[in-house]
Design a protein around this ligand. Sequence first.
Ligand SMILES: Nc1ncnc2c1ncn2[C@@H]1O[C@H](COP(=O)(O)OP(=O)(O)O)[C@@H](O)[C@H]1O
Ligand SMILES: [Mg+2]
Length: 260
Amino acid sequence: MASIEFRKVTKSFGDSTVIKDLDLTIADGEFTVLVGPSGCGKTTLLRMIAGLDPQTSGAVLIDGKDVTQIAPGQRGVAMVFQNYAIYPTMSVRENIEFGLKNNKVSKEERTELVESISATVGLSEYLDRKPSTLSGGQRQRVALARAMVKKPSVFLMDEPLSNLDAKLRIQMRIELIELHKKLGTTFVYVTHDQVEAMSMADTIVLMNKGVIQQEASPDLIYREPNNRFTAQFVGVPADECRTAGHGCARISAFDRSRRC
Ligand SMILES: Nc1ncnc2c1ncn2[C@@H]1O[C@H](COP(=O)(O)OP(=O)(O)O)[C@@H](O)[C@H]1O
Ligand SMILES: [Mg+2]
């Protein structure tokens, strides 16, 4: 388990500064969701935690330790992407085991780990199959299992469900919440979908154009938005509700305390 801290972090690509002087602390063991419109800098933040694309200035700390000089593989983080990144020519077992290959884990220990983790994500029956014979949800589970086998102290997930159909997405959301409870590890989950954020997060970090708009629990961010952007993103501001009644349906799932 580990907390993550951004201290005055700036990230530029050439002349373009995408994130400027960002301060953020992600609590140990929580399910934190980074949410915001496309292009607001969510993936950039995740990649800085993973060490795939270092910050231009400022510091990123994992478990209180500045990781600027630490290679991605040594940070104790595992990342799961939208497009799974699993290997089509390897079996499910080989894909999961692949996460361990570089870590000099004994064959016996590898087998045991692969089997216990496959059971956790419901893949025990599929270990000898090729990914092409699996459903989208099962493939996503392979990607998750491959991340889990490394026993990371932080899971980073970048829109991991966006390639799945709506029904499966809802099922996988529930499975991820369960998985988080089971593992008790820090999860940092990126999505542009406010419903996903509201239904999964302990803490939501809402971003716009590289700037954090609000950091709060789903309940608080909905009931007490800091600004208009937040109010619009997580619901429909009251004055707009009155003129555009159809908007209310969109937020009905969360509309327990507020009436339009
Ligand atoms: N490698 C890169 N080179 C140049 N610009 C980039 C690069 N990666 C991201 N950006 C820019 O940074 C901004 C934030 O991107 P990103 O973090 O991918 O947003 P999000 O994940 O929220 O959709 C965007 O304007 C994007 O064009
Ligand atoms: Mg992204």
